[in-house]
Design a protein around this ligand. Structure first.
Ligand code: HEC
Ligand code: HEC
Ligand code: HEC
Ligand code: HEC
Ligand code: HEC
Length: 201
């Protein structure tokens, strides 16, 4: 019957192709089900105040660390308090309704409730310090935040995503030159430890 495939009508060939596609899709879905890869990739929630990284970190070139002071010292990068905003906005664009809303938070000592974008499960051990002190750029994991109006989760943040970099598979030249200067890009070897206990409590 397979040998006669050439004699099938166009309709039968299309039907056959559709069945093949369906089977491949189901197999593909099964693989994804067994090895969950992406968590919240692409997640970009609305924020209570439309804070633009493109404007602040892109156009005005304010250093990421000016606001995310934790990146070199701790697990968390931390999101800035309202008083950091007021360093500039006491004066800059003070007439804007958004800035007046920020000032109200400041005067009433009420933090702005930013919606968290990235979140690893509690059993995973991650810290910014180990990566940033090694010289990895924020872009290696967060993409080009300085071009984003609204922050979006770029990396999958899955275990496979962490391991791929730790094992030196498919890493960009900037990651390689920070993590292992002088390594051969074709065979970089391991860039960071990948025993279970490295990342799990
Ligand atoms: C003027 C202060 C400021 C600067 C400069 C700044 N950020 Fe932010 N960042 C914030 C605020 C406020 C938030 C929380 C609101 C939001 O998500 O947009 C935030 C959120 C983030 C988040 C998402 C946090 C989460 O909830 O998961 C990332 C990632 C981030 N910033 C990276 C960067 C990078 C990379 C740079 C430099 C290119 C940078 N930021 C520069 C203030 C700043
Ligand atoms: C090796 C990958 C990696 C690099 C490099 C990196 N981040 Fe992150 N970032 C993450 C992960 C993973 C999370 C989620 C952490 C969690 O949920 O505990 C995160 C979370 C954040 C958050 C949310 C709040 C927090 O503290 O968890 C901010 C803000 C942030 N990163 C900013 C930055 C900035 C700014 C830089 C560069 C100076 C940077 N990150 C470099 C992977 C990275
Ligand atoms: C280092 C200075 C600086 C800091 C710190 C800063 N901003 Fe700004 N912000 C600016 C500048 C400059 C502009 C553009 C003003 C203009 O368009 O004339 C701006 C514009 C804005 C706007 C747009 C206002 C409008 O109506 O057009 C918002 C909203 C804003 N900032 C929120 C924040 C928040 C929230 C923080 C704290 C997380 C913050 N900014 C921290 C310098 C700063
Ligand atoms: C883009 C590459 C990259 C990604 C993605 C990445 N890491 Fe790393 N990680 C590194 C490098 C490089 C080091 C530093 C190794 C060193 O100090 O020699 C490191 C170090 C660490 C360390 C400290 C290890 C030690 O004991 O010295 C931990 C823990 C860690 N990473 C966890 C994670 C977790 C969890 C994720 C995923 C959420 C992740 N990393 C994603 C590159 C990466
Ligand atoms: C480089 C960091 C890293 C290493 C090394 C690592 N993991 Fe993970 N693992 C993670 C992160 C991050 C998550 C959470 C994200 C996810 O669920 O995909 C995770 C999730 C898990 C989960 C939960 C999966 C689920 O569906 O909730 C298990 C089980 C696990 N890891 C086991 C292991 C074992 C066993 C090893 C050693 C062979 C190991 N991990 C090594 C980073 C790592």
């Amino acid at each position: 019957m397979l040998g006669n495939f050439g004699q099938l009508s166009v309709g039968q060939k299309i039907a056959g192709a559709l069945v093949a596609c369906l089977v491949l899709t189901l197999v593909g879905a099964g693989v994804v089900y067994v090895f969950p890869t992406a968590s919240n990739q692409g997640y970009a929630p609305e924020q209570p105040i439309p804070f633009s990284h493109k404007l602040h970190a892109g156009t005005h070139k304010i250093d990421c660390r000016y606001c995310h002071v934790g990146v070199t010292e701790s697990r968390h990068a931390t999101v800035p308090s309202v008083s950091v905003c007021m360093n500039c906005h006491r004066v800059v664009k003070a007439e804007s309704p958004w800035i007046q809303q920020i000032k109200k938070h400041y005067d009433e000592k009420k933090p702005i409730e930013w919606v968290r974008v990235h979140r690893l499960p509690d059993h995973a051990r991650f810290n910014h310090q180990a990566h940033v002190r090694k010289g990895l750029d924020c872009k290696a994991c967060h993409g080009d935040v300085g071009q984003m109006e609204k922050v979006r989760q770029v990396g999958a943040l899955s275990m496979g995503w962490c391991l791929q970099c730790h094992r030196g598979m498919d890493v960009s030249s900037s990651v390689l030159s920070a993590a292992k200067p002088g390594a051969d890009p074709a065979h970089p070897g391991e860039l960071a430890p990948y025993q279970c206990s490295t990342c799990h409590y």
